[in-house]
Write a protein that binds this ligand. Structure first.
Ligand code: SF4
Length: 201
């Protein structure tokens, strides 16, 4: 599988970010239709009050990973099954790597917390359905979607990228949106330190 990842980041004050991009009622309706609803600890329904959870953070540092697929990979995915499998494998690998780098970032930014893209995929099977606690609470991070943030609008407004979807073939690129909640904007050199910085997107 051939692909390359380019990162771009920005920072926005939380009140403005929430006012522009959060619509819990609208996106919770979508979440309820998703097979992951109530099946992963990272996904809705969340067991805590969202306003209280987000209240300590005055800034969000938003990160976009643009995953460009090479022509050979797009050509190889010539059946619906391959499109699904290859697309999932690529996106999952980048998501896990980005999550790990963001946890490194947390260690360098006091009182910060990273947010992931999509549901948690750290375990083969999540414990939520059995009612047992999360196996890796130190690593699991909630996704932006779980709080009702509009990822399509964020990708377009903040990073000027249109989201592409798999249809009859793999798209030219995928995009993932992650975040770091903090009490300040993260300087560029820190993004570079953890390998989440690219010159161009
Ligand atoms: S770390 Fe494992 S148990 Fe916890 S949310 Fe993720 S998949 Fe579920």
């Amino acid at each position: 599988m051939g692909y390359s990842v380019e990162y771009r980041s920005d920072h926005i004050e939380m009140p403005r970010f929430r006012q522009k991009y959060q619509d819990r009622d609208k996106f919770m309706a979508f979440c309820r239709e998703c097979p992951r609803y109530d099946s992963l600890w990272s996904c809705p329904p969340l067991s805590f009050d969202v306003d209280t959870f987000l209240e300590p953070y005055t800034w969000i540092n938003v990160l976009c990973a643009k995953i460009r697929l090479d022509a050979e990979t797009i050509r190889t995915a010539d059946t619906a099954e391959k499109i699904k499998t290859i697309g999932w494998d690529i996106v999952s690998a980048v998501k896990l790597d980005t999550d790990e780098r963001l946890r490194e970032m947390e260690a360098q930014v006091p009182e910060s917390l990273s947010l992931s893209s999509g549901g948690c995929s750290l375990c083969k099977s999540c414990t939520r359905k059995s009612g047992a606690p999360c196996r890796q609470p130190d690593k699991m991070r909630y996704s932006l979607d779980a709080f009702g943030f509009d990822l399509t609008a964020i990708t377009k407004d903040v990073f000027h990228i249109d989201i592409l979807w798999c249809r009859d073939s793999l798209p030219e690129y995928f995009t993932l949106i992650h975040g770091l909640l903090a009490d300040k904007p993260v300087p560029e050199k820190l993004w570079r330190t953890v390998g989440l910085y690219s010159e161009e997107i």
